[in-house]
Design a protein around this ligand. Structure first.
Ligand SMILES: NC(=O)c1ccc[n+]([C@@H]2O[C@H](COP(=O)([O-])OP(=O)(O)OC[C@H]3O[C@@H](n4cnc5c(N)ncnc54)[C@H](OP(=O)(O)O)[C@@H]3O)[C@@H](O)[C@H]2O)c1
Length: 335
C-alpha cells in the first residue's frame, strides 16, 4: 500500500456530464481489453492504471470477457490493483463492466437473457472484489431475447444496488431509443451508450448521435485510435511489440493497407503542423463530436496514456479549414 495518488490529478483532466445524468466522466477513460489479462506483465498493467489515475483518468472500462489466457483475467488484475493500491480511492473511481458476448459454455453464458446478465455480474463483482460497479452495460444486442427482458434485468441490477448506472453497447439507433423508453418505464434511465467511433468508423453519425442527444444519453466511445492505426505506430513498418504483430485476432496485418497508411501519413502531417501527435489529433477529432462524453483508449505502456491525456490539455479546437481537410482525407473511398 505504498501508492499515493498525485495531488494535482484533477487539474490535468476535464470532466464532461454524461448525457443528462448527474454523472461526470473524464474526457479520456482507460479500457482494459488488451494488455491487462494474466498474459501481460502485472507490473506494467498496474503502472498503466496508476499513471492514468494520477492524470485524472477516473474511469476504467472492463467486460466479463476481457483478458487472456482466460476471460475475466483483466477484471482480476484490476481487482488486485484495487485491493493493493487503489482501495482508498474507490469513491473517486468509475468502474464499468459488461456482459453480452460468449463467456461460458451452455445456453446461459452468452447474449442477453436475465439469467446470463445476473450471473455474469455476480462473477464480475467477485473477480473485482467489489460490492457494486458504477456502470453495467449490455455488451451487444441479442436478436432472440425480448428487449424487455434484457432491460428489466438492467433495471433490477440498479434496484439491487449492484450497479449505479446502466448502459448499452453496440446497439443501433432505433434499438437504443426503444431500450431508453423501456428503461424509463421501469424508473431507471439509460445513462450511457458505448459504440465504436473513430475517423475510420463513423457509423454513429448516421442516426445514433441524434438519438443520444435527444434522449440525454451519454457516449463513451471505444477504439478511438482504431486500435492503433490512427497513431504514428505503423507509419514505418510493424513494430514487434505492437497489437498488429501480436496474436490478437482483432487487428491483423492485412488491415494496415497502403491506402490506409497513406491517409494516416497525411493526417499525421496535419497533426504535426498543429504541434500535436497523430494520436492526439485522432482523439481530439472524436471529442469534438457533441454527442461524445469520453473516449475509451487502450494502451500498452504508460507513455501512451500520458500522450493521449495530453490531448485534453493542449488541444486547440480544429478550424473549419482543418475540419474540411480532414473530412476530405477520411472520406476518400473505402480502406
Ligand atoms: N464495447 C465494445 O464492444 C468494445 C470493443 C472494443 C473495445 N472496447 C473498449 O475500448 C477500449 C479501447 O479499445 P482499443 O484498445 O481498441 O482502443 P484504441 O485506443 O483505439 O487502441 C489502443 C491501442 O492503440 C495503440 N496506442 C494507444 N495510444 C497510442 C499512442 N499515443 N501512440 C501510439 N500507439 C498508441 C496501442 O497499441 P499497441 O498495443 O500496439 O501499443 C493501444 O493498445 C478497450 O480496452 C475496451 O475497454 C469496447
Amino acid at each position: 500500500m505504498n501508492y499515493i495518488a498525485a495531488p494535482d490529478r484533477y487539474s490535468r483532466m476535464e470532466y464532461a456530464r454524461c448525457g443528462r445524468s448527474g454523472l461526470k466522466l473524464p474526457r479520456v477513460s482507460l479500457g482494459l481489453w488488451h494488455n491487462f489479462g494474466h498474459e501481460a506483465p502485472y507490473c506494467n498493467a498496474r503502472d498503466m492504471l496508476l499513471t492514468a489515475f494520477d492524470l485524472g483518468v477516473t474511469c476504467f472500462d472492463l467486460a466479463n470477457n476481457y483478458g487472456a489466457p482466460f476471460n475475466g483475467s483483466a477484471e482480476e488484475t484490476l481487482g488486485r490493483v484495487l485491493k493493493e493500491e487503489l482501495r482508498p480511492y474507490r469513491d473517486e473511481l468509475i468502474i464499468t463492466t459488461k456482459a453480452g458476448y460468449g463467456m461460458w459454455d451452455g445456453p446461459y453464458g452468452d447474449f442477453g437473457s436475465r439469467k446470463y446478465l445476473m450471473a455474469s455480474l455476480d462473477q464480475s463483482l467477485k473477480r473485482l472484489g467489489l460490492d457494486y460497479v458504477d456502470i453495467f452495460y449490455h455488451h451487444r444486442p441479442d436478436p432472440e431475447t425480448p428487449l424487455e427482458e434484457t432491460m428489466q434485468a438492467l433495471a433490477d441490477i440498479v434496484h439491487q444496488g449492484k450497479a449505479l448506472y446502466v448502459g448499452v453497447s453496440n446497439y443501433p439507433a432505433e434499438l437504443t431509443a426503444k431500450a431508453a423508453e423501456l428503461l424509463k418505464g421501469m424508473g431507471v434511465p439509460l445513462t450511457i451508450h458505448q459504440p465504436r467511433y473513430n475517423m475510420l468508423d463513423r457509423w454513429i453519425e448516421d442516426g445514433l448521435c441524434d438519438v443520444l442527444l435527444e434522449k440525454g444519453i451519454g457516449a463513451a466511445v471505444f477504439s478511438p485510435l482504431a486500435q492503433g492505426r490512427l497513431t504514428d505506430r505503423y507509419l514505418h513498418g510493424i513494430p514487434a511489440d505492437s497489437r498488429a504483430a501480436s496474436s490478437s485476432p482483432f487487428l491483423r496485418k492485412e488491415m494496415l493497407t497502403e491506402q490506409l497508411l497513406d491517409k494516416v501519413s497525411r493526417l499525421n502531417d496535419i497533426a504535426r503542423g498543429r504541434g500535436e501527435t497523430m494520436a492526439q489529433l485522432a482523439l481530439a477529432w472524436v471529442l469534438e463530436n457533441p454527442a461524445v462524453t469520453s473516449v475509451i483508449i487502450g494502451a500498452s505502456r504508460p507513455e501512451q496514456i500520458r500522450e493521449n491525456v495530453e490531448t485534453v490539455q493542449k488541444h486547440v479546437p480544429l478550424s473549419e479549414q482543418e475540419k474540411s481537410l480532414i473530412r476530405s482525407i477520411i472520406t476518400e473511398e473505402k480502406i
